[in-house]
Design a binder for this molecule. Structure first.
Ligand code: GLC
Ligand code: MG
Ligand code: CA
Length: 608
């Protein structure tokens, strides 16, 4: 009774902190004779334990029937995102672009691509999402601009202030033939071929780490760095809650001033599986991971924090896309005891280092690797897919979808979902004729294009089993719909008794449990193919994921697992599991549990 009154008073006068203390001490009183006090749950900032959902806007939902997803489409489907329980969306670029790299070649950083909608549509989306408690993260593409951008046009014309906006270099004169022009260095672009493209107008080469239509900014020019802050500020003012920072490993290239006035050639990497015009044929030591880039990134963080303080806003987050070795990756977090960097660099270990072939020990090792190298006090994150990589069930096995989704939800820190993972969408089939990805078109041919193509991971979302999977009413769509949409679609999974969607949703809601938001983690291989992940917080229920990542039945022994005690009840299980929610899992004869291939079960155990 008294408790109720205090709570009411607390709410009325807005002193919620007082309530916390009162309730805390009451509970403490009750438990005082039984052991240690319940841990205080440190309040988390909005992003620290959220689920971020990546939307590839072209493929999410088409509202105007042109076969291309758009902002209104996203606005109309926010219910789905509220329903599954995500906290933020990150949208791949929505800015004006000739679409050579589908938005990653921006020609106007301050406006919305017409086929995606208008500024008003964007503002409406932000408002609707915020009203629903969903944060909006934009894609920030600092490394390059479209060759159609005003910046590039001005730089081409050597307009004052823009001469050095991009990386321009004079040709090298062929010592054997003076009329022959040679590229400044042997550097190779990520999409194949030289990074250097000749400009007749400037009679110079410009540098591009990606397609020749994506011209690299010159980050040694303070005017460029300043313009980047203007862009960041502009979208903060429009309500963006943060940015995903695109391709930041490429921000700098070696400076000729440090190399006797020339762009130094890179040694060959010795990788015999690559062609001479493929990225990685040379070491990339002068074109990636240059140490200068970190200061620029730390400046961005300072700017974002400063903006937040000045405007008294919630935290604006920065997430770095950096495919780098573990040490260089961790440096994106910032320097221990020094400057802060991104709120986190994406963790691509689960994509790069795990596959259908991985054992339970591989999973444990790869997961622990991130947590081991992560600087203290930072927030982890878990990524199983994005618009650049084959879809998660296609890289692993389709019967692992629920286990993998459960894993990302149970691990500490932020979970990231690429659109479609919640229903187990697989790679779509895209013929060579239908292929539009510049990476595949530039480097591939009808026989090998799938090695390069990112289109299979970008086919439209499957809403239902009607025409075009409910994505668009147009007769064609920008990429074909994956053929399996009649089986794998949201509507069917909502109706089914068991589905990936239902497992996903129940796992997100489990994240409210203190053991998941604040608990410790323990992960261990119980056999070659089965591992257990336990989330534990004293005085709260314990949760554990048991996951057989192998392709055969596996029996494991729970006897030596500490922190778990009976009764163990099933909180969730893979769709193909014979166990249903609420089942108790008997320790059986000496704690043995058998899991089918790919089966995962999430168990609840009483507090220890
Ligand atoms: C990032 C994007 C990718 C794009 C590249 C160039 O890696 O994820 O889609 O092609 O940067 O912007
Ligand atoms: Mg459209
Ligand atoms: Ca660059």
């Amino acid at each position: 009774m008294m408790y109720t009154i205090w709570r009411v008073v607390g709410i009325t006068i807005g002193v919620t902190a007082v309530v916390g203390v009162v309730v805390g001490s009451l509970t403490w009183g009750i438990l005082a004779n039984r052991g240690p006090p319940p841990p205080e749950l440190k309040p988390l900032d909005w992003w620290e334990h959220t689920v971020i959902y990546q939307i590839y806007p072209r493929s999410f939902k088409d509202s105007d029937g042109d076969g291309i997803g758009d902002l209104k489409g996203i606005s109309t489907q926010l219910d789905h995102l509220v329903d599954i329980g995500i906290g933020a969306i990150w949208m791949s670029p929505i800015f004006v672009s000739p679409m050579v790299d589908f938005g990653y070649d921006i020609s106007d950083f301050y406006n919305i691509q017409a086929e995606y909608g208008t500024m008003a549509d964007f503002e409406e989306l932000v408002k609707k999402a915020h009203d629903l408690g969903i944060k909006i993260l934009l894609d920030y593409v600092p490394n390059h601009a479209s060759d159609q951008s005003e910046y590039f046009k001005r730089s081409l014309a050597r307009e004052p202030g823009y001469e050095n906006f991009f990386v321009w270099a004079d040709p090298i004169i062929d010592p054997n033939n003076a009329s022959n022009r040679l590229v400044p260095s042997n550097w190779i672009s990520e999409f194949g071929g030289s990074v250097w493209e000749w400009s007749e107008i400037r009679q110079q080469y410009y540098l591009h780490q990606f397609a020749k239509e994506q011209v690299d900014f010159n980050f040694r020019d303070p005017a460029v760095r300043n313009e980047m802050l203007n862009i960041m500020k502009y979208w903060f003012e429009k309500g963006a809650d943060g940015y995903r920072l695109d391709a930041v490993v490429h921000l700098f290239e070696a400076d000729p001033n440090d190399h006797g006035g020339v762009y130094p050639d890179e040694p060959l990497s010795g990788n015999m599986f690559l062609n001479p015009d493929q990225a990685g044929y040379t070491t990339q030591e002068y074109t990636k991971h240059l140490i200068e880039l970190y200061d620029v990134l730390y400046d961005w963080r300072e700017f974002a924090d400063g903006w937040k303080d000045e405007n008294n806003s919630e935290t604006k987050i920065l997430l770095a896309e950096a495919y780098a070795n573990i040490t260089m990756t961790m440096l994106y977090y910032g320097v221990e005891g020094g400057r802060d960097g991104a709120h986190f660099p994406f963790n691509f270990e689960l994509i790069n280092s795990l596959s259908a072939k991985s054992s339970a020990r591989d999973f444990v090792y790869v997961i622990k690797r991130w947590l081991t190298y992560m600087p203290s006090g930072r927030v982890a994150n878990w990524v199983f897919g994005n618009h650049d990589k084959n879809r998660m069930p296609s890289r692993f096995r389709t019967n692992m979808v629920d286990g993998l989704n459960s894993l990302s939800m149970l691990l500490p820190g932020v979970a990231i979902t690429y659109q479609g993972e919640e229903i187990g969408m697989r790679d779509g089939y895209v013929s060579w004729e239908d292929t539009v990805d510049v990476a595949a078109c530039n480097q591939g041919n009808p026989d090998n294009y799938l090695e390069y193509s990112r289109d299979p991971a970008r086919t439209p979302f499957h809403w239902d089993n009607t025409t075009n999977a409910g994505f668009s009413t147009n007769s064609t769509t920008w990429l074909p719909i994956a053929l399996d949409y009649t089986e794998i679609n949201l509507k069917a999974q909502k109706e089914a008794k068991r589905s990936h969607y239902k497992v996903y949703k129940s796992l997100i809601s489990l994240r409210k449990q203190p053991a998941l938001s604040h608990g410790s983690y323990h992960i261990q291989a119980l056999s070659e193919n089965t591992f257990i992940l336990i989330r534990h917080l004293i005085t709260h229920d314990t949760y554990a994921l048991l996951f057989n990542v192998g392709s055969e039945d596996d029996t494991v022994d729970l006897d030596n697992v500490t922190l778990l005690r009976e009764p163990l009840t099933v909180y969730a299980s893979s769709v193909h599991s014979s166990r249903v929610d609420g089942d108790t899992v008997p320790w059986g004869e000496r704690g043995r549990v058998t899991l089918q291939a790919g089966e995962a079960i999430v168990l609840r155990a009483p507090p220890t």
